[in-house]
Design a protein around this ligand. Structure first.
Ligand SMILES: Cc1cc2nc3c(=O)[nH]c(=O)nc-3n(C[C@H](O)[C@H](O)[C@H](O)COP(=O)(O)OP(=O)(O)OC[C@H]3O[C@@H](n4cnc5c(N)ncnc54)[C@H](O)[C@@H]3O)c2cc1C
Length: 484
């Protein structure tokens, strides 16, 4: 079968797309940590402090120095960049400590598939401890909250609390080398109501919330006392942002409606509507012909519409557009760009206009005189070499950095160079777009390529087994619509 041959051929094909990198930095309070509620909903507590004020709780100093002449490498984050460093670093040379509020690596390109149950959540995440730590205490389920570049010391706050009323545990970790790979947040562009009412699609708990909201709205729309108008509101999904994430979420939703809603919620099928709002053009980083193809496909779909406009407000029940149009809806998925993470904002280092940490060509933080701090991925920007915020860039930077560190940080290394291998996007109904330097494809063959490419890029053999099993289960039995 083609799909079993292609993965080998595509081992080196990686995926990329451009993200809008606008920055909103209006908060006067520094948020040092976001604690997930037990149900993993967005956040239950935000630990905030005034800029430059002392820590939330007395810091507890930690850690003996590494033995055997090894250096201590501290990696912040478990995303594309950091995970790539972790996998490639020589652990004989370094004691590797990882600090992250997330104890897994998330394969973001397939996140949209989990929002409707095409894939299961655990099929696209890899526990970080599977990479193997010298000491099990070398992984810290914590946030970095502050960085002292002079004394090479990091303040961190645990994600967990020993008892519900206890203050978050804070302590310090010293480092010899530091890799900052904390990623970025979804940008709200300061639009009122987005933070409170819209759903982001960045983490696995975001996907879980979206899936539950979709299923809840379908059930609610059937209950006695819900009139036709209210049912239509509940079954209207508004997607804000026509980048790859917004388009791929719409594609997954379309498949869900066509394949499962048609079977399980027959009466409601006609009431379902999806509106994609984009202020410019969808998939703007793709080739014009491919973009036009996707636009034609989306607009041809019954119950789907594209609106070229900007959102000015989101409330619990509707989205308001510039020009006054109001869209009553039961779910808003917001996918419009990136803003710097709280930690990145708090750092007093050189940053670009978008709030990203500026590095030199070797990924060293420009403002760090020790040259022992590095920044990679979405939170960083190489001076005079702007790169897209993509997994492809973050992963390559991670590999480059691990190699640089493994060689003992040579004084005159080759700078990081990025070669774009292309972009892929799923547009629904077994069709995708492929935009690479060697080929531009659309339709079914491109979809085979899309699936095969993602399969080869999954972080482990366990995931490479689980994902095709999920795809097969969905094909044979349909999506699991259990709500829990
Ligand atoms: C739905 C979706 C689909 C995507 N699809 C694609 C695609 O197909 N192709 C592509 O190239 N790109 C894609 N991207 C973009 C890609 O995922 C990002 O560019 C990539 O994740 C950036 O990697 P990173 O390592 O910089 O950050 P991330 O992968 O976001 O990881 C950041 C890590 O830092 C941790 N962290 C946050 N704050 C702190 C702190 N204070 N202290 C310690 N750790 C912290 C986080 O928990 C996380 O583990 C997609 C993104 C999304 C959201």
């Amino acid at each position: 079968m083609l799909s079993s041959v292609l993965p080998r051929a595509l081992t080196h094909l990686q995926l990329s797309w451009s993200y809008s990198r606008s920055v909103t930095c209006q908060r006067k309070w520094r948020c040092t940590g976001v604690f997930l509620a037990p149900d993993q909903s967005r956040c239950s507590t935000v630990v905030c402090q005034r800029w430059n004020s002392s820590s939330v709780q007395e810091a507890v100093p930690t850690d003996p120095q590494p033995a055997g002449g090894r250096q201590r490498l501290v990696i912040l984050g478990t995303g594309w960049g950091s995970y790539s460093v972790l996998k490639c670093i020589d652990k004989k040379q370094y004691d590797v400590l990882v600090v992250s509020p997330r104890n897994h690596f998330l394969f973001t390109p397939l996140l949209a598939s989990t929002t409707v149950g095409t894939l299961e959540f655990r099929s696209i995440i890899e526990p970080i401890r599977n990479t193997g730590f010298r000491d099990s205490a070398h992984f810290h389920l914590s946030y970095a909250t502050d960085l002292d570049l002079v004394n090479k010391s990091l303040s961190v706050t645990s994600v967990l609390q020993p008892t519900p009323t206890a203050a978050p545990l804070s302590y310090k970790i010293s480092y010899d080398k530091l890799v900052i790979g904390v990623g970025a947040l979804s940008s709200t562009f300061g639009v009122p109501g987005v933070e409170e009412h819209a759903f982001f699609l960045k983490e696995i708990h975001d996907a879980r919330r979206i899936r539950n909201r979709i299923l809840s709205n379908f059930e609610l729309a059937l209950q006695p006392g819900i009139d036709k108008e209210e049912a239509e509101r509940l079954l209207h999904v508004v997607i804000v942002g026509g980048g790859p994430t917004g388009v791929e979420f719409g594609a997954e939703l379309y498949d869900f409606i066509e394949q499962d809603v048609a079977r399980l919620y027959k009466q409601q099928r006609e009431q379902v509507r999806v509106t994609l709002v984009e202020s410019n053009q969808i998939l703007s980083s793709f080739d014009d012909r491919l973009r036009a193809y996707a636009e034609k496909k989306i607009t041809q779909r019954k119950r789907f519409s594209l609106k070229q406009s900007s959102v000015v407000e989101v409330t619990a029940t509707e989205v308001r557009l510039k020009g006054g149009e109001v869209l009553p809806c039961g779910l808003v998925v917001w996918s419009t760009g990136l803003a710097p993470h709280y930690f990145t904002r708090s750092l007093e280092v050189e940053k670009n206009a978008r709030g990203q940490i500026v590095t030199d060509g070797h990924l060293q933080v420009k403002s760090d005189i020790s040259s022992d701090a590095f920044a990679i991925g979405d939170c960083a920007d190489i001076e005079d070499t702007p790169l897209p915020c993509t997994a492809q860039v973050a992963e390559r930077q991670g590999r480059y950095l691990a190699d640089f560190l493994n060689k003992g940080c040579p004084s005159d290394p080759e700078p990081f160079r990025f070669k774009n291998m292309g972009m892929l996007a799923y547009i629904g109904r077994y069709e995708a777009l492929t935009d690479t330097p060697v080929a531009r494809l659309q339709g079914f063959h491109s979809w085979l390529l899309w699936r095969s490419a993602y399969l080869t890029r999954l972080g482990s053999w366990r995931l490479r087994m689980q994902v095709p099993v999920d795809w097969l289960k969905t094909l044979i039995f349909g999506r699991d619509i259990s709500r829990f």
